[in-house]
Design a protein around this ligand. Sequence first.
Ligand SMILES: [Zn+2]
Length: 412
Amino acid sequence: MDLATPRARGARSEDVRRGNLGALLRHVHVHGPTSRSRLTSELALNRSTIGDLTGELVGAGLVREEPGGPSNRLAAGGTGTGGRPSYVVLPETERVQALAIDIGVTHLSVARVGLGGQVLARRDIDHRRTTRRMRDEVRTIGKVARELLGELAPNAFCTGAGAAVPGMVRARDGMVRQVPNLGWTDVPLGQVLAEELGLPVTVGNDADLGVLAEHVRGAAVDCDDVVYLAGHSGIGAGVFTSGRPLVGNDGYAGEVGHLVVNPGGIECHCGSRGCWETEAGEERLFELAGRPAGGGLAAVREVVAAVGDGDAAAAAAIRHVATWLGTGTAGVVNVFNPEVVILGGALAEIYAAAAPTVQAAVEEAALRPPREHVRLVPPAFGLDSSLVGAAELAFAPLLSDPLLEMSRLTAS
Ligand SMILES: [Zn+2]
């Protein structure tokens, strides 16, 4: 017996409807063009409900429908042979966009990303490794973002911005607590960026956003347990466990680069000694290869290329870093029992250059049961995992309650 008042029942069915609208929008955002019949089965709703929800999202300009021709039927997961043509629901990629920002130690990328996850336009700026003032960085981002948003068609809009930073971000308010490699401590990046851009801004850790992108639409789709290692100067981990992001009490989980692997070893910028990133990070590679510090990914590639040219110091440097990469990865495997470890940034270059050395070190140091089924893979998005993840962050409010977000946008 339902004892709720009619008003409470009405409010509840409204909640259900809004939740279903979000679920449908998220489905086409993640999976692309999808037939109505497939949506019916995937979302476990009846045909007329899917029709109503789709109509509402079409009215809001978030999706459109096209008759399911043979090619569309294949794209939408149909067999393409006979049967009644079903309408295909597509995300309005050009019309609904978000701004994705990836702030790196040696790079800055800003992109327009369409609903559906496609990078539509981007600007990339290279930096030498040195500290940068947050407000200068925000001004640069503002200039680049205005150029990108100036290219939007008259009927298109930007729902918000997401930003990735290579440091610790407080979960509850997005305060950037520490980015050692840029010299930032307790900077309200999200707030300052929101004022500069005139858009809602969400900030996240680069490795957390890397694993998000790879989990939603990259190398770890359908994997519930995955670790993404972001290797840019330092090493950070983004972790999904049992299908959920591992956040920690305040949002700082995953700082694996500061696990002490070599007690009494090299002094780390964090104040400790022998942290994993002092042995497996880029700077150690440069030092051992006799190269200047702070070269970033381009310099890592130069060292790898030098090995091919018979440079003995470069070869020894790669061996050293690859061995420590494997040893630290073994620790990650022992702690998290992941199905997949994604080696991002410079770590992908090291792995490509010396996979047997990395694997041998994992074999030696990892416990047998958790290493039995683990796969080490490069990221599906190459150097863009964090950028794509930043777009996911920006789209999150729209996907969670499309109508609420559309009414906010209309009001602003
Ligand atoms: Zn450290």
